[in-house]
Design a protein around this ligand. Sequence first.
Ligand SMILES: [Zn+2]
Length: 265
Amino acid sequence: MIRKKLTIVLFAALVSTALHAESIDVAVDNVFIQTFRGKPGIWTVPGKDSFEYLLKQYGSSKEEVLSLNGGKFTSQSYMFFPYSETVLKQVLADGKGRRIQKVDPTRLMWPIETPVYTSRYGNRGGERHPGLDFGCARNTVVVAADTGVVVRAGWMGGLGLAVAIQHANGNVTWYAHNTAVLLSEGEHVNRGQIVAYSGSTGRSTGPHVHFEVRFMDVPLDPEDFIQFGLVRPDLVVREGPQQALSQEVSLDNVVMNPGQSRPGP
Ligand SMILES: [Zn+2]
């Protein structure tokens, strides 16, 4: 009898663990809503727009923008402007909310929306291709496949402008050939957070994302880590006005499952 009870308890525990590990909701940054240090906002190159104009446009405070961008206004490179609650509500009301995707927390998510393989891991014309290539338009939003810390960011020869993220399990994911890398080394990043804009820099014949998974600097087949079958449109919802109201714009709740621990740097 006791044994039977124990079995039931064990079974229940297993089921609940399985259910818990089944999927988590991740808000995936898009061209309208992006996150940086847990704040919703937008990366933009100011160009001819004045600092004052942009602060007003996005409802950001000067102090906050300066503190998020190394203390200075730069017209020719990307700067992050956090949205005020009013601006964020408006963006959501306009239907520009991020996709909320069910992902398997034990697997990597896709680094771009609707990925199309143009090249896989392994031999390619007598040469070893150490990653997966995803064809996409220039300036496509490239997101972190898992939570982690940026360990490399910048120009890396053949890989062009690239970013590398170290994850809790020791794996490092690489995103290469970008037109712009938005984060610097040491930055904490959440799964689904924008890290770069795609491009064709370095040794590349056209815009695409070259994605690698390395352990101890040895490239492994990303397809052994990436998830399949969870990117179905029926599982994807979009952030909307109701959610913004009910959650008081604490979008960080959506980004990260509270049950999952964040690795330290
Ligand atoms: Zn490649």
